[in-house]
Design a protein around this ligand. Structure first.
Ligand code: PMP
Length: 305
């Protein structure tokens, strides 16, 4: 259990970080959030925040879309996060949850003329998708469209769409789902971006496909090119391309790189983790723990040395 939170401008014991049932965001989903990981390195005796700057830049963008006035700069948010983790003294992998939300205790659906608040907590965190190789289905739900609830912003209310997708998949015996856009093209997972491999090339939907512009996605695009010399094509993906792909995987802060070995009861490729997926997984797990010099700047140390 976490011991502290950052709440209403201060570090407080976690039990004191409470909101009212009248809070606007609780009633209407008018908040946005981030999900950040920090990785413990036994070798360095250090906790590394992974791409924390990019997470807080995206957080600022979500706030902008929701008309949330964010008083803290990206740099200040990183400081607050570091301070919270130091106070809690973690020596294990951690998940960090910043939230910005409409805090006024009032009735009335809107975004304007409301007070905004920022809150932050962290908790120990292991694997998000419990299995090593995921079996996925295509969801019967559709992804929220940009003019409905923008998926580009990590809006709390928008995660009802993700929850519907995830629960349907799990209740039907799958580990995760891939959701399509209104036009029938592939969007993403309930909390992950999706990649496939065809003819040895990586393919992923573009940022205009109602996806969250994933930081793990951006990481994979870059390391695939720089370290493996594999190009990624960002283009629309048809549902049936999922069935004929050589490999497929999910990417996300929580899910990391999770191989997809079956989609709608059809094996993906051989039905086991593919070679490109495996290489990316190995690289990614080294990078996030600060073991690859070239990407060391993505890892922000929490403890002073
Ligand atoms: N899509 C959705 C809907 C998500 O919730 C997430 C997790 N934040 C992602 C994609 C992956 O994004 P990231 O790699 O930045 O965690």
């Amino acid at each position: 259990m976490p011991k502290y939170a950052f709440f209403k401008g201060d570090f407080v014991p976690i039990e004191e970080a409470k909101v009212s049932i009248m809070t606007h965001a609780f009633n209407y989903g008018t908040g946005c959030f981030e999900g950040i990981r920090a990785y413990w390195s036994e070798e360095d005796e250090q906790l590394y925040l992974f791409r924390v700057i990019e997470h807080y830049q995206r957080f600022h963008n979500s706030c902008r879309i929701l008309l949330i006035d964010m008083p803290y700069s990206v740099e200040r948010l990183v400081e607050i996060t570091t301070e919270l983790l130091r106070r809690e003294g973690y020596r294990e992998d951690v998940y960090i949850r910043p939230l910005a939300y409409k805090a006024t205790e009032a009735i009335g659906v809107r975004l304007h003329d409301l007070e905004d608040e920022f809150a932050l907590f962290a908790l120990p965190f292991g694997k998000y998708i419990a299995v090593e190789e995921a079996r996925a289905c295509v969801s019967s739900w559709r992804r929220i469209d940009d003019p409905i609830i923008p998926a580009r912003a990590k809006v709390t209310g928008g995660y009802v769409n993700s929850a519907l997708i995830k629960t349907e998949a799990v209740k039907n015996g799958f580990d995760e789902a891939i959701v399509l856009n209104e036009d029938g093209h592939v969007s993403e997972g309930s909390g992950e971006n999706v990649f496939i491999v065809r003819d040895g090339k990586l393919i992923t939907p573009p940022v205009t496909a109602n996806i969250l512009e994933g930081i793990t996605r951006a990481t994979v695009l870059q390391i695939a090119e720089e370290e493996l010399g594999i190009e990624t094509v960002e283009r629309q993906i048809d549902r049936t391309e999922l069935y004929v792909a050589e490999e497929a995987f999910f990417t996300g802060t929580a899910a990391e790189i999770t191989p997809i070995v079956e989609i709608d009861h059809r094996p993906v490729g051989t039905g086991h983790t593919g070679p490109i997926t495996k290489r990316l997984q190995t690289l990614y797990s080294a990078i996030v723990r600060g073991k690859v010099e070239r990407y060391r700047e993505w890892c922000t140390p929490v403890y002073p040395k």
